[in-house]
Design a protein around this ligand. Structure first.
Ligand SMILES: Nc1nc2c(ncn2[C@@H]2O[C@H](COP(=O)(O)OP(=O)(O)OP(=O)(O)O)[C@@H](O)[C@H]2O)c(=O)[nH]1
Ligand SMILES: [Mg+2]
Length: 214
């Protein structure tokens, strides 16, 4: 069984845990704890380690999706998870421009560690005050067309929408891609976050990387 590991990241409350739950065919591993700091103003519980879910793609491939914590004090988990990822999705709550700077920090953090395909997925577009794509891209520091990653809208509660987002990410990889196969990583355990060491896989994702423009 081939395995592809996708990380879903983004700021607090962007919808990462919801995305993983909606995506997964298997029972999700989640690590939500009661929020105690500023986060508690936004939501009661927050992810402190990771969310983990899987979905089979055909008979031979398993997609593994890892949701990161949103709080930067858990950035050691961002580091741990992104180093074994093949690609990632940054969720951005389109109605919370106050969090755009934090989202930029996440992009920068990831860019410093990996060069893997990424897309931006706007959530909360159904809520009052939601900004459009252009504003969100601007807020994230992508001032012009150069080096802009693909941007889509996703509803983390909706299975079709979530699966589409993953397909867009995979298509993005193929578009820039190597045409090679995803490594066989069937030994990755659902109960263990990915190993922080450099992957031993022979699979080569495209080297191209997007900059935050910052
Ligand atoms: N209306 C609406 N609510 C959303 C959307 N996406 C997420 N939510 C809600 O936002 C809240 C936070 O979602 P979570 O999935 O816990 O967010 P998270 O990114 O995992 O948050 P942290 O783990 O704290 O970083 C939940 O109540 C979701 O139902 C959306 O697109 N629209
Ligand atoms: Mg969460």
């Amino acid at each position: 069984m081939e395995t592809m590991r996708i990380v879903v990241t983004g700021t607090v409350g962007a919808g990462k845990s919801t995305f993983v739950k909606t995506f997964s065919q298997t029972e999700v591993i989640e690590t939500e704890k009661r929020a105690t700091d500023d986060t508690s103003l936004l939501k009661k519980k927050t992810t402190v380690a990771f969310d983990f879910g899987t979905r089979a793609l055909g008979r031979d491939m398993e997609l593994q999706v890892y949701g990161t914590p949103g709080q930067s004090r858990f950035d050691f988990m961002w580091d741990l998870l992104i180093r074994r990822a093949h690609a990632y999705i940054l969720l951005v709550a389109a109605n919370r421009s106050s969090a755009f700077n934090d989202a930029r920090e996440i992009i920068s953090f990831m860019n410093q560690r990996v060069q893997i395909p990424m897309i931006i997925a706007m959530t909360c577009t159904d809520l009052p005050g939601a900004l459009g794509q252009e504003h969100v891209l601007f807020g994230l520091g992508f001032m012009n067309d150069r080096n802009r990653p693909p941007i889509i809208t996703v509803n983390p509660h909706d299975k079709t929408s979530v699966l589409e987002a993953v397909m867009v990410l995979m298509a993005h990889q193929i578009f820039h891609g190597s045409g090679t196969k995803v490594p066989n990583q069937s030994t990755t355990s659902a109960t263990q976050p990915p190993n922080p060491q450099t992957p031993k896989s022979t699979y080569q994702w495209p080297k191209r990387q997007f900059s935050a423009g910052a």
